[in-house]
Ligand binder design. Structure first.
Ligand SMILES: [Fe+2]
Length: 179
């Protein structure tokens, strides 16, 4: 999707998914967490927004990118556990999105199998910030995760900083002349 072709973007699926994740966090206020619940709330919402922005510039579907931004830390949201949350969380994300399709697919539109696969792969690999590969969707979520931490004032070094700096330069992009 090219920026110049966009007239309106439908984020119905993403908005519903954010609602579900926020409800999950609020329902699990009592569990012990490696990261504060408030961080998870902030991070899932702002990662979605940053994912949309970068996706628009990289000609990636902004809603699918936004959904990946919201769910990539699902395992932390569900359990409070940070360790190895990418690989362990990937099958949980697949189950979550399939459950979303069965409950809300008619109302909001189902997420395709190929889009679920993209989101699951990005979830699995997003913790590998030092590895740069040729998979645009995986790289997008790694970049978003790093940039969001930076913009929330988290200590940012090494590959997290490299990625944040790259995104900040990228975001000064031309949107073209409106027709
Ligand atoms: Fe994250």
């Amino acid at each position: 999707m090219k920026f110049q072709e966009i007239k309106e973007i439908n984020f119905k699926r993403l908005n519903m998914i954010q609602d579900l994740l926020i409800a999950e966090l609020l329902n699990k206020k009592e569990i012990k967490r490696d990261q504060p619940m408030e961080w998870s709330l902030r991070h899932l919402c702002s990662c979605s927004q940053l994912a949309k922005l970068l996706a628009l510039n990289r000609e990636i579907d902004p809603e699918i990118a936004g959904i990946a931004g919201a769910v990539h830390d699902l395992y932390i949201i569900q359990t409070g556990i940070f360790e190895n949350h990418g690989p362990i969380g990937a099958p949980k994300v697949k189950a979550f999105l399939e459950d979303f399709n069965s409950k809300f697919g008619l109302e909001c539109g189902a997420i395709s199998t190929s889009d679920i696969d993209l989101i699951v792969e990005a979830t699995e690999k997003h913790i590998q910030k030092a590895e740069f590969n040729d998979k645009p969707f995986v790289e997008l979520i790694k970049d978003v995760d790093a940039l969001d931490r930076f913009l929330h004032g988290k200590a940012t070094k090494d590959y997290y900083f490299t990625r944040s700096e790259k995104c900040l330069k990228e975001m000064v992009f031309s949107t073209g002349t409106p027709s």
